[in-house]
Design a protein around this ligand. Structure first.
Ligand SMILES: Cc1ncc(COP(=O)(O)O)c(C=O)c1O
Length: 431
């Protein structure tokens, strides 16, 4: 049974609205149908993805999409916001309650927009920023030369220990002392262990820097009590509302009361215009779902599944960065089969196993400019929402190895396994 806390009578995401789409624009309706099939027929192991609930999809597809709402509840630049204001107030209150934050801003259109606003609130162009280097798992917004972060700030990258794959806090402290950054960022796209927020807070205090936690990946685990909460340690927490948190694609910011006004002004009017009220309502729905006991069970199951998947992959001979995981994600090296990340990803995709490439700690500097790392990143958020548990994860590890070795029947078994756990059980089209 899926662990999603949704009553069995919940309407399918293919409700009246989809019928209208089919009638009015069959071409795009067919895209939706095909994507529904693709998502249901494979193993979705992209660590940043999940299956949102029918309630989240319903809010996203509602008339709230029509409303323009620049500003904040009670202080909008547009008329007629009194109804959507309620949605934003609920979303803010639920986010504050869920994460124990004094202030929440739920307007960022994405995780990157949340990070941009956090920097805008705390830094000036030309300031120094210390963040995880991209070859070690930093996000584009942590200093990529092609991103605003690398263009507008003087970014210094810290790494991970080449042997253990763990953050070397001694190196972070040394870099902080020699470069005196205005802000230090803790967060990554592929670090499989819990960051030590207290250690980062201590280093930031030592050099008088702000501490920004980019918790886009772990925030859903935090909501379910399966990962430490950065809120008590960081000046600002940036996050996405999708990924493990299972809400709509979007971002949010959490901070103390003293930075609340600066954060709000950094989002609107500095980096964004009108808030997207359908997405904000969907964020509220997701925060409400994440506050229920079933989500705590889910978050712990996600971690347990990742651990078992990692153990299975290790037993198949693949080296895991840091030797395992504490979270929803893990990264492995396909080198034992003579494959680089891209070749391995393509072979797996041919069998219906969908995931990402990633940099590995010992990767060359070239990976800094490339999104095509030599490793693979897997996540268990989506398959856990489908209801898969440890037994299925052990099988997924075996199928992963079979698919990488080019065994033809891996694809059939992947599809059979995926179809036993439909993400939307009442969707009428499944292949
Ligand atoms: C650590 C981190 N920061 C920021 C982001 C950006 O989120 P978005 O793709 O919504 O802009 C991501 C997305 O994966 C991320 O992992």
């Amino acid at each position: 049974m899926p662990v999603v806390d949704v009553p069995p009578t919940a309407p399918s995401h293919r409700g009246a609205d989809f019928d209208a789409l089919e009638r009015l624009d069959p071409e795009i309706a067919e895209v939706v149908r095909a994507e529904t099939r693709r998502e249901a027929d494979g193993l979705q192991l992209v660590a940043a993805e999940n299956f949102t609930s029918p309630a989240v999809l319903a809010a996203l597809g509602s008339v709230l999409a029509n409303k323009y709402a620049e500003g904040y509840p009670g202080a909008r630049h547009h008329g007629g916001c009194e109804v959507v204001d309620t949605a934003e107030r609920i979303a803010v209150d639920r986010a504050k309650g869920l994460f124990g934050a004094a202030h929440a801003n739920v307007q960022p259109h994405s995780g990157s927009a949340a990070v941009l606003a956090a920097y805008a609130a705390l830094l000036k162009p030309g300031d120094t920023l210390l963040a995880m280097g991209l070859p070690s798992g930093g996000h584009l917004t942590h200093g990529s030369p092609g991103n605003f972060s690398g263009r507008w700030f003087d970014v210094v990258g810290y790494g991970v220990d080449a042997e253990t794959g763990l953050i070397d806090h001694g190196q972070v402290r040394e870099l902080a002392r020699s470069h005196r950054p205005r802000a230090i960022v803790v967060g990554s796209i592929s670090y499989p262990r819990h960051p030590d927020y207290a250690a980062f807070r201590e280093i930031a205090d030592d050099v008088g820097a702000y501490l920004v936690a980019d918790a886009a990946h772990p925030i859903g685990l935090v909501a379910g009590g399966a990962a430490p909460n950065p809120v008590p340690y960081a000046d600002v927490v940036c996050a996405t509302t999708h990924k493990v948190l299972r809400g709509p694609r979007g971002g949010m910011l959490l901070c103390g009361q003293e930075l609340a006004e600066r954060i709000d002004r950094a989002v609107f009017p500095f980096t964004q215009g009108g808030a997207q009220m359908h997405t904000i309502a969907a964020k509220a729905v997701a925060f409400g779902e994440a506050a229920r006991p079933a989500f705590t069970t889910y978050a712990h199951q996600v971690v347990s599944n990742a651990r078992v998947l990692g153990e299975g992959l290790a037993a198949e001979g693949f080296a895991l960065t840091t030797g395992g995981t504490d979270t929803h994600l893990l990264t492995v090296d396909p080198a034992p089969l003579g494959l680089d990340g891209r070749e391995a990803r393509e072979r797996l995709a041919a069998a219906g196993i969908v995931l990402d490439t990633c940099a590995l700690p010992r990767g060359g500097a070239a990976e800094c400019h490339s999104r095509e790392g030599r490793g693979l990143r897997l996540g268990t958020a989506a398959v856990t929402t489908q209801g898969m548990g440890e037994a299925e994860m052990a099988r997924v590890a075996a199928l992963f190895a079979l698919a990488l070795r080019g065994e033809r029947n891996a694809a059939t078994e992947v599809r059979e396994l995926a179809r036993r756990f439909p993400p939307y059980p009442d969707a009428p089209y499944r292949g």
